[in-house]
Design a binder for this molecule. Structure first.
Ligand code: G3P
Length: 218
């Protein structure tokens, strides 16, 4: 399972990269705005800064909602750095743009997936990744993990190569459960990734080992 971090915060990206388990980064316009990154040039520069920190894929989202605009913006984003993945929303024009970029050999991430039907379309259009938003489904009393499970089944039925990128991951158990179901990738906050480290028996066991070592060496 690949681990992506879902943020545009450079310090958090550096911290996740330093941990040695990071495979990529996802951003979206809200995450960029949260970091105060505004204006076309600053946004483009920020994507390059992120690419220089991590080794893997970096999703950069188009703002255009029409096919021509998505193609124009996506090509500009893809030309920024070889690690850039063009993030495209699941709309009619978005599906056409996914097919265009797939034919052009440019990696894509289809975002805002909330149904198996949308996941099927993204795969048919040749998306590299597609992002079901599990936390946002949980927010409206619908189990986001059920969607991942259903998409896994459909993709496996037909051998689709599009990777299931579980997004809108909010906490550590989302990561664990996505791994059990077989999501190819998860993208989540640093706190959810670091949560995987924690177990009180590890802390108690380590304290005991250190105490015993100290006693034995007095
Ligand atoms: O990867 C999508 C993500 O950024 C959305 O997360 O927490 O805003 O639903 P959230």
């Amino acid at each position: 399972m690949k681990f992506f971090i879902d943020t545009a915060n450079l310090d958090q990206i550096r911290e996740a990269q330093a941990l040695g388990v990071l495979d990529g980064v996802t951003t979206n316009p809200s995450l960029m705005a949260k970091e105060g990154i505004t204006g076309a040039n600053n946004i483009l520069k920020h994507y390059v800064d992120i690419c220089e920190i991590v080794d893997g894929d970096v999703s950069a989202e188009v703002i255009a909602v029409d096919f021509e605009g998505m193609v124009r913006e996506g090509e500009a984003l893809a030309s920024l750095h070889p690690q850039i993945v063009v993030k495209i929303p699941m709309t009619e024009d978005g599906v056409k743009a996914l097919k265009y970029f797939s034919d052009a050999g440019i990696k894509t991430n289809c975002t805002l997936i909330f149904s198996v039907g949308q996941a099927l379309l993204a795969a048919k259009a040749g998306a590299t990744y597609m992002s079901p938003f599990i936390g946002r489904l949980d927010d409206v009393s619908t189990d986001g993990l059920d969607l991942i499970e259903d998409i896994r089944l459909v993709y496996d039925n037909y051998g689709f190569e599009t990777e299931i990128l579980a997004a809108s991951v909010r906490h550590t158990m989302h990561i664990v459960n996505c791994a059990k179901i077989g999501a190819d990738v998860m993208t989540g906050p640093l706190s959810a990734i670091k949560g995987l480290l924690k177990h009180p028996l590890t802390d108690i066991g380590l304290a005991q080992f250190l105490a015993d070592h100290k006693k034995g060496n007095q």
